[in-house]
Design a protein around this ligand. Structure first.
Ligand code: 6GU
Length: 243
């Protein structure tokens, strides 16, 4: 899977890209991440990428010409023009379902915003898939682009080890419930004991307990949120409550 990141701050990425899982995936040729500085497509001796908003107001707006030129040039660098993602707080919210959708694309072009936003004609001309990583404001789309890369490469076959990918499968396949609680040694710490059932050796009972935990956690922590399987938590609760 190929990612092209278009940003004014490419220097924000190498630390993240050098992280072990991603580094290994890049070395194995499973993932290819290319960085592009939008400023390289700006005109004039000052390579100006932003300007004051028409109509007044605070902050600066990313200019249409360098952004469109950069996207068009980068798209032409491969046969597949790629799926263009624009990272802004106005986008549709990133969920695991959206991650799965993006993970199915062979090439993603990730366009990172800064300042007060993009000139609206960037949207009109390029018609990007606009994505937000949550309802809070970041200083720019760079961290959001790393979130998109991080979440999607987990779905690329071979990126995760066997153990992790099967965990991932169970999460994806079971109605998007939150994970159950985990314990390791010691059995007791500061008066907090590991639940007896996990020490029982009864694998069926443990599996039931874990499903019950997942349903209860999801209900408590994600009540009323639309992107979780509410029916599933209710039916699971009923199911798990049986002896
Ligand atoms: Cl994609 N960009 C910015 N600047 N803020 C955000 C975001 C993106 N997603 C959530 N907040």
């Amino acid at each position: 899977m190929r990612f092209d990141v278009l940003t004014l701050f490419p220097e924000m990425f190498p630390g993240y890209l050098g992280q072990s899982l991603l580094k290994l995936a890049i070395e194995r040729g499973l993932v290819d991440v290319r960085l592009h500085n939008i400023r390289d497509w700006a005109q004039g001796p000052h390579r100006c990428v932003d300007d004051r908003p028409f109509g007044g107001g605070p902050g600066m707006v990313l200019k249409v010409e360098p952004v469109v030129a950069c996207v068009e040039a980068v798209r032409r660098q491969a046969d597949d023009p790629g799926h263009l993602v624009m990272l802004t707080p106005q986008g549709r919210r990133l969920t695991q379902a959206v991650v799965e959708e993006l993970g199915g694309k062979p090439r993603l072009i990730l366009l990172c915003g800064r300042y007060e936003g993009f000139d609206e004609r960037v949207r009109q001309i390029l018609k990007p898939d606009e994505i937000s990583v949550g309802d809070y404001v970041l200083n720019g789309g760079e961290v959001a682009a790393m979130v998109v890369i991080d979440a999607t490469i987990r779905l690329v076959p071979g990126v995760l080890g066997d153990e992790e990918s099967s965990r991932q499968d169970s999460f994806a396949g079971e109605g998007r419930l939150l994970e159950f609680s985990q314990y390791t040694r010691p059995r007791g710490f500061r008066g907090h004991e590991v639940p007896e059932i996990l020490l029982s050796g009864d694998h069926q009972a443990i599996a039931r307990w874990r499903e019950q935990e997942r349903a209860a956690r999801t209900r408590e922590r994600r009540a009323g949120e639309s992107d979780i399987a509410e029916d599933e938590t209710v039916s699971r609760r009923g199911h798990a409550a049986q002896p």
